[in-house]
Design a protein around this ligand. Structure first.
Ligand code: NAD
Length: 273
């Protein structure tokens, strides 16, 4: 067994990330020595991500989380990709092995597990996804792997929605203002920044939220977004973005250490911090 783990987060403006605490507290509880450092690209610039990955490998890091805005930029700097990372075309986890660096995507598995545990039994025949960016791409592939029949993807950048939909057999890009967008949907997944502190508001009219619709928000700062409050008031089952954040952290922890984290305990930690 290893004497301890050294892990980092690579991204821009990551100073307030909760991920280091999630990893370190779970490791402490399991009796694992584990250091999680921030490798902020803010001063270097995102185009230097390859240098930072190489430096981390040389310095003896066991693995990295990779976040905005370099989840795609990191791809050419890795030796191998997991099937999940290859299908999403983005990496949020890098593990350094004897044979080189391997990219994974635990946003995909994190969303799938968040949905399964946070909204058990939720129907996914027809789902509407708002937002085709980093989070949206992972979620679209997660829903595809879970067997969604029809996935409608809408984004203010309609071409981006189209490019994502082209890669998923069950998906189709739709306009945000498409009449009756949610009429046939079992669920709505929101993956745009709307509802974050700097982007208040609702991503669609409240009247579109029927009581039999489930609503999942990817935004987790704040956890209780205007969308979730409104959906709850209208009688919808809701899932907040914290669960995906916790399950992606748990997935990375598992890949790096080979140890099984206690996700219920991590969810409680997340609620405390
Ligand atoms: P991104 O910039 O990669 O993608 C956002 C997308 O939303 C863009 O394609 C943009 O065109 C689109 N968009 C913006 N406003 C819109 C609107 N009003 N209607 C429709 N589309 C709109 O960002 P991202 O990395 O995908 O992050 C999105 C949100 O998800 C952020 O709040 C981020 O913090 C959160 N996030 C949460 C988790 C988690 O684990 N819960 C993981 C990743 C990201």
């Amino acid at each position: 067994a290893r004497s301890g783990y050294l892990v980092g987060l690579v991204g821009s403006g990551i100073g307030t990330s909760l991920t280091p605490h999630l990893h370190e507290r779970e490791a402490d509880t399991l009796g694992i020595r584990y250091l999680y450092r921030l490798l902020d690209l803010r001063t270097l610039g995102p185009e230097r991500v390859g240098d930072v990955v190489a430096a981390a490998q040389l310095a003896g890091y066991d693995g990295l989380n990779v976040t905005h805005p370099v989840k795609q930029l990191v791809l050419p700097h890795l030796d191998q990709l997991s099937p999940d990372a290859a299908s999403v075309g983005a990496v949020n986890t890098v593990v350094f092995t004897d044979t080189g660096s391997v990219g994974h995507n635990t946003d995909l598995t994190g969303f799938a597990q968040a949905l399964a545990t946070g909204l058990p039994g939720a129907a996914i025949e027809t789902v509407v996804l708002l937002g085709a960016g980093g989070a949206g791409a992972a979620i679209a592939h997660a829903l595809s792997s879970l067997g969604v029949h029809t996935l409608h993807i809408a984004d203010v950048d309609h071409d981006r929605a189209g490019r994502l939909a082209d890669r998923i057999p069950a998906a189709k890009a739709v306009r945000l203002d498409e009449p009756g967008l949610l009429d046939d949907a079992n669920g709505l997944v929101h993956a745009t920044p709307t509802g974050m502190a700097g982007h208040p508001g609702l991503p669609l009219p409240a009247t579109a939220l029927r009581p039999d619709l489930w609503v999942a928000d990817v935004v987790y700062r704040p956890l209780e977004t205007e969308l979730l409050t409104t959906a709850r008031t209208r009688g919808c089952r809701v899932l907040d973005g914290g669960r995906m954040a916790v399950f992606q952290a748990a997935g990375t922890f598992r890949i790096i250490t080979g140890r099984e984290p206690d996700t219920d305990r991590m969810l409680r930690h997340f609620d405390e911090i």
